[in-house]
Design a protein around this ligand. Sequence first.
Ligand code: TRP
Length: 331
Amino acid sequence: MLTGVTTTGTPHLGNYAGAIRPAIAASHNDDANSFYFLADYHALVKSQAPESVHQSSLEIAATWLALGLDTDRAIFYRQSDIPEIPELTWILNAVTAKGLMNRAHAYKAAVAVNEESGSHEPDKGITMALFSYPVLMAADILLFNAHRVPVGKDQKQHVEMARDIAQRFNHNFKELFVLPEPVIDDNTAVLSGLDGRKMSKSYNNTIPLFVAEKKFRKLIMKIKTNSLEPGEPKETKGCALFEIYQAFASEAEVEMMRQRFADGIGWGDLKQELFEYLNEHLSGAREEYNRLLADPGHIERVLKKGSVRAREVAVPFIAEVRAAVGIRPLG
Ligand code: TRP
């Protein structure tokens, strides 16, 4: 099992509930051999702000470690520490149909924006990195022969493309690559953000997971609600506050909360309670997070150790791949 996180932005509650928590739970599982990595080459597609890419790598690594990623079992590394990934990317470029990349959602969306703006240049502002992003992602996955790739719905197409690319390589050269499957868990929570839209760094409506207590409370108080008064029964469905509570609370707690919505809990009281609840749940990890941020050298050592383990797999495998395409010693 393998999954990557693009190093842009600061981890938020939505990332936690949707991706980080299930991944950390899986890292404690002996059944799977898991690979988790910081996709910092992917970050360059979206951001050319060096300081923020660097800072985001630090924050994401600290978050995963603070929340208890089991780095003895799981292999935790940084994409850019594995030179075999860009090496494989090039080889895969040679078996990737350009037409396949033309169909990638992210590229099509960027072209659509240009067309809607009336531009005569459909590829305006689109880099080769954005266009060929799925090939880099295929290399991430195929280099480790991952069987299962847990991703959000928006990434499903990329995993399917990795499968297509693997198939083409296997057919043209040698059966070296496992065909990966996307794993999309429909039960994992998708949280709404401050403005009611999906919590996402692209909407700028996120609540960071580890922000100082005062700021955290302020943000929770800012979550948009309707204008129902205390005492009026309220819907849980589509309520951002309820969703967030549900992502953290036990089933019994959620049932009690449902009743309190029916009984007309006031939004102000609910926000205060939600703040206290989350704060209590996150404060231990937040302390650990702050401790880790103050010791980036430790994080660096953890990642370097992870990359040594990852390369134990990658180095011999890339040699097989190179040999299969005819790149090998002459004598
Ligand atoms: N593109 C993924 C995202 O933005 C991150 C990613 C990069 C990834 N490489 C990967 C996920 C390989 C799974 C497997 O969310």
